[in-house]
Write a protein that binds this ligand. Structure first.
Ligand code: DAH
Length: 350
């Protein structure tokens, strides 16, 4: 092997050693660069005769071509390797299971509220919503519960800014204020007909929502839900309350033989008043009386505060606890589970 063949062979070996494109370019410079070996050899020809230059130049050129082709082969090999590595790194295993988004679900109490609205909706009840920050008037006074009424003490709540010193605003302790709010709007819409003695369409409404009291244990939460019901007309009686509420409970619990008991009680805004108890005839709760709502015939003072004549308009109201209904329906024994936000609990209702 002559000296030029050795040079080309050395270059090929060095190129093969280059692990990166940058290494390769450095190696290239050592042979083909400005002061590289081939360039030096070219310069060394200056002293040769014309004939010598011809043969020597041709030989150097051959070596140069060999080095250049070794270089481009190695370049291609490095580029191929890089692409290979990249493809491997970005490989997509289409056989892996997909990343799941997870289906959300409604909160169990929301499911109950939807159910209540659907059942009462089928009986011709509208659904009304009202403010959670309520005035003393709507929460108490208009509901026949004046300032010094002892029933107020059972409704200790959170007072907020606004209102007057004597009658501060508060977080509503029940949904009953919606009786007044809704009825007043209804009466306003039909004022002219009422004044002309033509009467008005019946008021038939439920009002679900959040309520607040200073209370906290396994069956009481400072925030809880209620759903108010109100039916006012010229000829609405306690019998209608019994029919409506019995139908509701049997549909809600999908239990046709469920029995109701109306137990005499007291509320300032109804007279007479009753607690409603239910009893399942089968299942884990069979035979026990379970309280689910307060109810009664709307007190004449309350009818008057609605803007109606209590001699002409009469009806009933009820207030039930959707949280408790949810606990009974699903067999949950601690109310706090509903408000802890633990998905392990909540996902069971999807
Ligand atoms: N507002 C009552 C409470 O929170 C529940 C209630 C009782 C509502 C009787 C009514 C009713 O509409 O007629 O304790």
């Amino acid at each position: 092997m002559n000296e030029l063949d050795n040079l080309a062979e050395a270059a090929r070996a060095e190129f093969a050693q280059a692990a990166t494109p940058a290494d390769l370019e450095n190696a290239k410079a050592r042979y083909l660069g400005k002061s590289g070996r081939i360039t030096e050899l070219m310069k060394g020809m200056a002293a040769l005769s014309v004939d010598e230059k011809k043969t020597r130049g041709a030989a150097i050129n051959l070596a140069k071509q060999a080095i250049e082709s070794a270089l481009s082969q190695r370049r291609q090999a490095l580029a191929d390797a890089e692409l290979d590595a990249q493809l491997k790194a970005e490989a997509l295993d289409v056989s892996l299971p997909g990343r799941q988004r997870g289906a959300g679900g409604l909160h169990p109490v929301s499911l109950t509220l939807e159910r209540i609205e659907a059942i009462f909706g089928s009986m011709g009840f509208e659904v009304a919503e009202g403010p959670e920050i309520e005035s003393d008037w709507f929460n108490f006074t208009a509901l026949n519960t004046p300032e010094d009424h002892p029933a107020r003490s059972m409704h200790d709540t959170f007072y907020v800014e606004g209102g007057s010193a004597k009658a501060p605003n508060l977080l509503r302790t029940h949904t009953s204020p919606m009786q007044i709010r809704h009825a007043v709007q209804h009466v306003k819409r039909h004022r002219a007909a009422l004044d002309a003695g033509q009467g008005m369409p019946e008021i038939r409404v439920i009002a679900p929502g959040r309520t607040y009291r200073v209370d906290s244990d396994a069956t009481h939460s400072p925030m809880f839900h209620q759903c108010e019901g109100l039916w006012i007309g010229e000829n609405v009686s306690f019998k209608d309350l019994k029919v409506v509420f019995t139908d509701f409970c049997r549909t809600f619990f999908e239990s046709g033989d469920l029995v109701l008991r109306f137990r005499p009680s007291f509320f300032p805004f109804t007279e007479p008043s009753a607690e409603i108890d239910i009893q399942f005839q089968s299942g884990p709760l069979a035979g026990r009386w379970l309280e689910v709502a307060g109810s009664g015939q709307v007190h004449p003072n309350v009818v008057r505060n609605m803007g109606l004549d209590p001699e002409r308009y009469i009806g009933f109201a009820f207030g039930m606890g959707p949280d408790r209904l949810t606990m009974l329906r699903y067999g949950v024994n601690d109310l706090r589970l509903f408000f802890d936000g633990d998905v392990r609990f909540l996902s069971q209702f999807r």
